[in-house]
Design a protein around this ligand. Sequence first.
Ligand code: SF4
Length: 517
Amino acid sequence: MYQKRINTSSLYPPTSAEGDIRIGCGIFGAISFKNEPIFPSVYWGLRAQNHRGHQSHGFLTYDSERFYLHKSLDLVPKLKTSAIQEWFGRLPGSIGIGNVRYTTSGKCDDQSIIKGTQPMTAEANGAKVAVSFNGNIVNTQQLKMELNGQFQDYTCSCDSDLVCQKLLLELMRQKDLALAVKPVMESLDGAFSVTGITGNGDFFAFKDPHGIKPLCAGHSPDGKVFAFSSETVSLDINGLIRDFELNPGELATVAEDGLKRQQLIANPRKAFCAFEYAYFARPDSTFDGRYVYEIREEFGRNIVNEFPEITKDADVILSVPETGDDPAMGVHEASGLRWERASRRHRYVTERAFILLNDERFSTIDRKVNILGSKVEGKRVIITEDSIVRGDTTKVIIEKLRKAGAKKVYMFVTFPRIIGPCFYGIDMSTYGQLIGSNHNTEEIAKIIGADAVCYQSHESLVKATGEKSDDLCMACITGKYPTPLAQKMADEMRARFLNGFKEKTRIYETEDPAAPS
Ligand code: SF4
């Protein structure tokens, strides 16, 4: 057993815990060879990705073999010019990583959220590492047992901590980074895109063997700054040029002579999250050189082609702002119907209803979308939406449309019916919370008050992404999970759900996932 492990997070406690708590995960890391502070790049990188996690954020920089850490709740703050110098002083150094988070593992009280806020750091026996992680680990219990057996005082707070500690353990066994990362990739079941820094100042990024979550690399035009990011928007905001999307099972490192790529897992099976195209990613981000926005427009055209009779029966198109806007353009192009911008988001009610805590959801949805009543009165309306998860958001919007006098409401939904939970970093972890898990399309229409719900087909979705269906994770819409433990859990959960057992949330965190509640 190794000596008492030091969690360096506790040495640099958060400076503030102000604000309203909101909840996904976005990662960004950068290194500069210009001998200048990296903090501004990491700051802007996180600001551009705040849509991936609202609940908390954290920055970590590396200077002269020391880590400097700042963690806080809520959105990445707006910094006053006068405060910039203070931040530079607090976060010195030319290598940095950052994270925006919505918790999909660990507890949800303030203290646990801040404890689970990344970057995570760990240190023991002269080895040290910091990581920023996006994803979710499924075999947490097995890993906890392994780490408990290795570190005297180990108490796990969340899956990012597990990844950090597991990497530390392997770095203690193997000084070579690639030799340490490989067993980490092999032992974790789940989704993990990671960027990090070792105690020697090695800057790196790696992706799980299925490449479930996005992670790209870029560099500055003068070749002096390199970065890793969940989405390309964070490269754009920093004036960086995108180089490549990391491959599943790949490790990338950056040194003065540039980027080095190492494929650690031979012949991995790619399973990139299909929901990124419909909902998560920003429309101005690119995957394989195409804007997400273009793909979403194609989704809209596809639904028109798949439901010609319903399209003919409509007078006007509306969109649920904002992820419904791009498909609405596609519906407009393919149908010739007017796209009436008659549903508007209150600009400063910015929280995504999908990721809000349960008890807040209803009132906020009602508050955040405003319908321009006279524009829909007496009309047959198509409304475009990215997905239906619980159904409560859509129900409220349809009620508002009916109240405004809409004659008919047809839902055009770009992501097919969600029938199962996600164990890879999206907080829909039970069958019971998904309206599509035990209701067919007609029943869903009835529950939410629509005249019809028109889902894009799986085939059209895949075609529009430009990917092969085998290269996408579509587990929540097909029930076929890319990793073995997730499949086993999903099958067992489904059987119990159909038998009327009350589900546990986040089953991957329970001691015995198979035990009924
Ligand atoms: S299960 Fe669904 S949401 Fe989760 S990673 Fe797969 S496609 Fe994405």
